[in-house]
Design a binder for this molecule. Structure first.
Ligand code: BTN
Length: 245
């Protein structure tokens, strides 16, 4: 992936040219700095390599250079901060649809292969101003041609049987994200439905922290409802799902 491939792929999807960094600690703080300097909605930062890639819940995101897609997008939806969950739902849907493979979503926003091994994830960081969303940085990492050996993980090349072009992939995901978000703002139910159509969590027995039971519903606010063995219902807003069955 080089700068001219990226420009071409983004132009083909009516997207502004992205910024490509050779190496950076993490694309999310770079995108945040651009947002604070006034970068517009849709500004996209990619890196060929990250030295301190970050995952959810304080974890690291590690990908050997050249094997992954690592990008962060600045979003400026005109929304009350309380409606932030639709940005999260739209991001997951965009990643799953844009990846060009029969991938699904594991709550809250992991991209998984049909056999539920992890392929990618999202680290979203939002900033509020006077009760409204000032901007959201949506950081996405996708294993394209390699996966960490210490996790139940795989990569797109394995699922597709060929290695996809990373510039084309990035443009498809960003286009989906902007389109999904525009739709979600006017019609939040549609993005909720779209997420459900890609879901790989509901109906399964899960453990999230101390709670174990069946994942029974996804709330419109992106929360997961888990019913425990005593019939108790737990609405979970953040955490890591371990699938037991
Ligand atoms: C997760 O699965 O825990 C989320 C992983 C998010 C990784 C991406 S790679 C691009 C962006 N920059 C980062 O440091 N993290 C996100």
């Amino acid at each position: 992936m080089n700068r001219s491939d990226l420009r071409r792929a983004f132009a083909a999807r009516q997207l502004a040219p992205p910024e490509l960094l050779d190496v950076t600690p993490s694309t999310n703080p770079v995108a945040r700095a651009r947002a604070l300097a006034g970068a517009p909605h849709g500004t996209t930062i990619l890196a060929l390599a990250q030295t301190e890639g970050r995952g959810r819940l304080g974890r690291r995101w590690i990908a050997p250079p050249g094997t992954a897609l690592t990008l962060s997008i600045v979003l400026r939806p005109d929304l009350p901060f309380a409606r932030l969950p639709i940005v999260m739902l739209a991001s997951g849907v965009a990643l799953a649809r844009g990846c060009g493979a029969p991938c699904r979503l594991k709550w809250p926003n992991d991209l998984v292969a049909p056999d539920r091994r992890k392929i990618g994830g999202i680290l979203a960081e939002a900033e509020a101003s006077q009760g409204r969303v000032a901007f959201v940085i949506v950081g996405m990492g996708v294993n394209v041609s390699a996966a960490p050996a210490d996790l139940p993980a795989t990569h797109l090349a394995e699922v597709l049987g060929r290695t996809p072009d990373r510039a084309t992939l990035a443009a498809a995901i960003v286009r989906e994200l902007l389109d999904q978000l525009a739709t979600a703002i006017d019609d939040p139910a549609s993005v909720h439905q779209a997420w459900l159509a890609l879901d790989a969590t509901l109906g399964r027995r899960v453990r999230i922290g101390e709670i174990e039971g069946e994942a029974v519903a996804l709330g419109p606010d992106g929360s997961l409802e888990v019913r425990d063995d005593w019939g108790g219902s737990h609405r979970i807003h953040a955490g890591d799902v371990q699938m037991i069955s």
